[in-house]
Design a protein around this ligand. Structure first.
Ligand SMILES: [Zn+2]
Length: 120
């Protein structure tokens, strides 16, 4: 899958902005963002943020959009937000860190290696 920056005028819509978090985190991490070009091609979309504050997702996206002259509403980015809540039990440490291997993004405990996968 090709990838483009969200500012690119070829981008018609954002289809999925996949967010996830771990239990005691005040942020949602961006796992991935996908969209569709005017040509119909599905692409990975690069956004200028890696994480968003849980209490103000929309406000923060709007701020980034304004800074970069992106028409967020026109891209349907707010409808595309998918939030994955963390599972109740992960491991006793909960020292989770976001990792990426190829196209897979997941959390891994720094102490025991327990992993959380989301398939949004
Ligand atoms: Zn652990």
């Amino acid at each position: 899958m090709n990838s483009i920056y969200w500012k690119n005028k070829l981008l018609k819509t954002i289809d999925a902005l996949c967010l996830a978090s771990t239990e005691d985190n005040i942020f949602y991490d961006v796992l991935y963002c996908e969209g569709t070009l005017y040509t119909g091609e599905k692409v990975r979309v690069k956004v200028p943020f890696m994480r968003l504050n849980k209490g103000s997702i929309k406000e923060e996206i709007l701020k980034y959009a304004k800074d970069e002259n992106v028409y967020a509403k026109g891209l349907s980015i707010f409808e595309a937000v998918i939030i994955n809540e963390p599972p109740d039990i992960t491991c006793i440490h909960g020292n989770m860190q976001l990792k990426q291997v190829m196209d897979f993004v997941f959390y891994e405990c720094n102490e025991c290696g327990a992993k959380i996968f989301y398939d949004c």
